[in-house]
Design a protein around this ligand. Sequence first.
Ligand SMILES: [Zn+2]
Length: 443
Amino acid sequence: MRSPSRWHLTFTACVAIGACGQTGPGDDAPPASVVIVTIDTLRADHIGAYGYFRDTSPNLDALAAEATVFENVITTMSTTLPAHVSLMTSTHPMTHGIKGNFAHMGEQFGLDGIRTAAEVFTQKGYTTAAFVSAAPLKDHTGIQIGFEHFDQPDGRDRLNAETTDLALGWLEGRPADSPFFLWVHLWDPHAPYEPLPEYDVYSTDEGLFEFFEERGIEPSERNLRWNNAYDGEIRYADAQVGRLAGALRDTGRWDTTAMVVTSDHGEGLGQHGWRDHGTIHNEQLFVPLVIKWPSGMGARPGRVATLASSLDVLPTLFAGIALRPDAGLEAQFEGLDLLSDATDERDYVLAERTHRERGWDDGLRYALLSNEWKYLFATDGVDRLYDMQTDRHELQDALEHQAAIAEAMSELIELLRTAEQEHTQGELPPERAEQLRALGYIQ
Ligand SMILES: [Zn+2]
């Protein structure tokens, strides 16, 4: 059984946790409460607030209008459990060691020094609760660590509304003035794409053909059907966002609560010949991130275009609500506060392909993204490079014309791979640690 790695990977020389340019509560103000909603399998470009042509997300869009919308956020791995572990710990899969939903069945992360958001909130005096909707996040995984109350489906998964009902019931029973951390995980729009009849409202139209054409998606009957049904399921998940936001307003908690809506990964839906997720194309990596701040805290409503990772959610959230992490947690964080200037020093964000085996290995392993380039590292040597400014949908491989850039990005991934392998076999050799430290990749 593999233990989670202890070596610490970061993509800048320092991690600045602070409330740069932000306001915080007075000393006697109660801590802000936090609700995190993770909508499984929600790709960013199917949401109104991210430019989608359909009205799939009226409630999320309304939330976004009074929130900070982070426009360019990728997950660390487009697989449910590893991505959620990264989100809840601000650590890469290379660090937390969970690289598939089921490869680690029975093994729990977080027992080797990595702390979860729930543990930290508990230490800060919060009441904590989680309501999850599917098997990859049930309590055999370790994702439940730190939650006082953890609720999961009896079977493999459950409907969004059932999970939301339970979360709302829990919220109703909470004293109005005590801080809480609530995580709600919604399974749909995960496959199979079978929206409830009242949400099965989309049929093929001209906008969908244009959307396909921009992205190089074949307009086959199957791909069109997937996209229509998927959009219906988004609408169903979005309705739950509206219910949760409404409950916060109705119970007088809106002004004292930060509400975060994000996803663990996107979905192929026929793009790059892929239906679901698990690999490293942009439609599977880019996720929404919307943070509605408590009154008088965090950033003003607006849009942030900084290239970011889901690793950045906790550092950004903690800074925004002026919740000071202790030194140990600060050292654990591999993400950055997106509202500070720390991201100026970050050149790349990294994503990794899932390690699950299903016979559909495409050879791709790592994606390294900068504002200018996206590099896909493959184990079969057929690497690829895409221009992020002009070819965000990865249609035209530019590697042949940009060999120097590709080589530099490849060398960095090779170094990280070597370091990870050495670490899992024992201790990271001092010379490797020094090499990473000199580049600013470990602290
Ligand atoms: Zn997922």
